[in-house]
Design a protein around this ligand. Structure first.
Ligand code: FES
Length: 106
């Protein structure tokens, strides 16, 4: 089974973890003892919102994102499966960007 290296930029740190191709990134982080934000673990709530900076993923199960947001690089890590090594960013700024993209700036 293919094992990928995932770097997650979160709260001014870069965290490194390994994840197999059939494991979601939040589960892999938990297995690696890394605490990332999540809630529903079903691709709905967007607590685990992230942006893929480098690499390829399968994120088809992200019900909380429309196709436009997926094309912009947003992903929900609880239902995101790596297809290559990755660099990912998550945290407040990504959540704000996602919210503004989805609902507009007010
Ligand atoms: S934890 Fe809810 S969408 Fe990922």
């Amino acid at each position: 089974m293919q094992d990928y290296n995932i770097k997650v930029q979160f709260e001014k740190e870069t965290l490194s973890l390994s994840c197999t191709e059939n494991q979601d990134i939040i589960s892999a982080a938990n297995t690696n003892g890394i605490d990332l934000p999540y809630s529903c673990c079903s691709g709905v709530c967007t607590s685990c919102a992230s942006k893929i900076l480098e690499g390829y993923v399968d994120k088809e199960d992200a019900m909380g994102l429309d196709d436009d947001l997926k094309e912009k690089g947003f992903a929900l890590l609880c239902v995101t499966y790596p297809k290559s090594d990755l660099i990912v960013v998550m945290g407040d700024q990504v959540e704000d960007d996602l919210y503004n993209d989805q609902f507009g700036n007010y």
